[in-house]
Design a protein around this ligand. Structure first.
Ligand code: GDP
Length: 479
């Protein structure tokens, strides 16, 4: 909360490293992103001929942060888990989403027509589960690259007749990178070629061992087509949710995430917001991205108008002045004036950030970042022309002597560098190494936009050499 050391340094026109040194001299060990306390800030500002003023009429983001701080979790109560379905193409992600929606929503809401608003909720006994409607790890990681965490639990769908495939492995890596627990749904068990044990066996090679085999990964057998095993899957989701102790305070001002947004011809801009804490009401003043406004109406996943939505509930919000982006944070504030101020402040900050360019990690500035204490670990995504090379390179990287940073290979794969690889790297502040392959044109453009460092090699030794040199600050700058 408050002002970070880095922001403070910028405010008084000094280098962050100098401010950190001053703080250290004062006996305070802080990093750039930690907040600076008022006393220290005043002292340092004075030294540089500046003055710290605390506005009682707190403006903008400061007010938001304070609200986030002071709200605490006194009234936190269990909230429904939010689930994303992932898996290889054609393994049944969409079928499973539809099957659960149709059986459960139809049961609970007599005659309720389900709307596609980007997420839906189903009732399981007296509890509820929220499903995000866009399956796949691409959407999941795209959100994460924007700093948004919408998902509590990942359902990994694996077709029993096809087994573990490349995108199954990708999904595992993406869920793991996000630290989100995973439940395996072995689908299509109705098919003649289904072989559940073969799937379980293949998954052990990727660190997922079924509970029935002495591991700790929940695996359930389902058929989206015949709608079997769905209740069991839902029970397991609730079980996992209980372990996670998911909680939120419904009494505070609401905060949520935009999971989908569009311009509707009749109703104007509409965003589906997944409420993450607090309760959202009609009439609330909000900020989302650079927009501000007042909630005019709320519409549920069954197409009904409602006056409020609590934690983990997805609702369509009407009353936006423009269309926000998926992943934008939606925050309720005291009144519309405050909302406007924050939106303006953000627009200004964004312009400044656009000018400054992306701030991700690259091998070129790795050494400087290590020196600043900003980087402790360097995650790496490796793509290669053949599996053998990818594995050899990954093994060699992981064997490199640990210097000031820990190298961690978070994903290896075969084939050209894709947009998904870039998003994963962007979300995890990783670099991408391509061996005997090139990025797809769209991926190259995305890497440029996101500031992801992509390095291409055809000799393993060269790749290792560059990483070592980067860690030691000896890398020749690339042109
Ligand atoms: P997605 O690409 O992962 O979303 O997969 P889809 O849901 O589109 O399913 C791909 C194909 O598998 C479709 O033809 C489905 O009808 C079929 N399918 C999905 N689930 C099952 C199942 O449980 N049993 C059988 N036999 N077919 C299924």
């Amino acid at each position: 909360a408050g002002v970070s050391v880095k922001e403070f340094a910028e405010l008084i026109g000094q280098r962050p490293a100098d401010v950190v040194r001053k703080l250290m001299e004062m006996g305070q060990m802080v990093t750039f992103n930690q907040s600076i306390n008022l006393e220290a800030a005043s002292l340092i500002a004075e030294e540089y001929g500046a003055k710290v003023e605390v506005s009682t009429e707190k403006a903008g983001e400061a007010l938001l942060e304070e609200a986030a701080q002071s709200s605490g979790e006194e009234h936190a109560v269990p909230r429904p888990p939010v689930v994303t379905i992932m898996g290889h193409v054609d393994h049944g992600k969409t079928s499973l989403l539809d099957a659960i929606r149709q059986t459960k929503v139809a049961e609970g809401e007599a005659g309720g027509i389900t709307q596609h608003i980007g997420a839906y909720m189903v009732g399981v006994r007296d509890k509820q589960v929220t499903f995000l409607d866009t399956p796949g790890h691409e959407a999941f990681t795209a959100m994460r690259a924007r700093g948004a965490k919408a998902t509590d639990i990942v359902i990994l769908v694996v077709a029993a007749d096809d087994g573990v495939m490349p995108q199954t492995v990708e999904a595992i890596h993406h869920a793991k990178a996000a630290g989100v627990p995973l439940i395996v749904a072995i689908n299509k068990v109705d098919k003649p070629g289904a072989n559940v044990d073969r799937v379980k066996n293949a998954l052990t090679e990727h660190g997922l061992v079924a509970e029935s085999w002495g591991g700790d990964t929940i695996m359930v057998e389902v058929s989206a087509k015949q709608r079997t095993g769905l209740d069991n899957l839902l029970e397991m989701i609730l079980l996992q949710a209980e372990v996670l102790e998911l909680k939120a305070d419904p009494e505070r001002m609401a905060k949520g995430l935009v999971i989908e947004a569009k311009l509707d011809r009749g109703r104007g801009p509409i965003a589906t917001v997944l409420v993450q804490s607090g309760t959202l009401h009609v009439g609330d003043a909000f900020v989302v991205g650079n927009f501000s406004g007042r909630v005019r109406a709320l519409v549920t996943d069954t197409g009904k108008k409602t006056v409020e939505a609590g934690p983990s509930v997805p609702v369509e919000v009407i009353g936006l002045p423009g269309v926000p982006s998926a992943g934008d944070v939606f925050t309720i504030v005291k009144d519309e004036r405050v909302a406007r101020e924050i939106a303006q402040e953000r627009a200004m900050k964004q312009r400044a950030a656009d000018l400054a360019g992306p701030a991700k990690v690259s091998l070129d500035d790795l050494f400087a970042k290590i020196q600043e204490g900003n980087v402790k670990e360097l995650p790496i995504v490796i793509k290669a022309d053949v599996q053998g090379s990818a594995e050899a390179l990954a093994a060699a990287v992981e064997k490199m002597p640990a210097g000031a940073v820990k190298l961690r290979v978070m994903h290896t794969g075969v084939g050209g560098i894709t947009e998904t690889d870039i998003l994963l790297a962007a979300a995890s502040k990783a670099i991408v190494i391509g061996f005997n392959i090139r990025p797809e044109p769209k991926a190259a453009a995305l890497a440029e936009r996101e500031g992801v460092d992509v390095r291409l090699y055809s000799i393993i030794y060269d790749a290792l050499n560059d990483i070592r040199a980067a860690m030691e600050g000896l890398l020749e700058p690339t042109l």
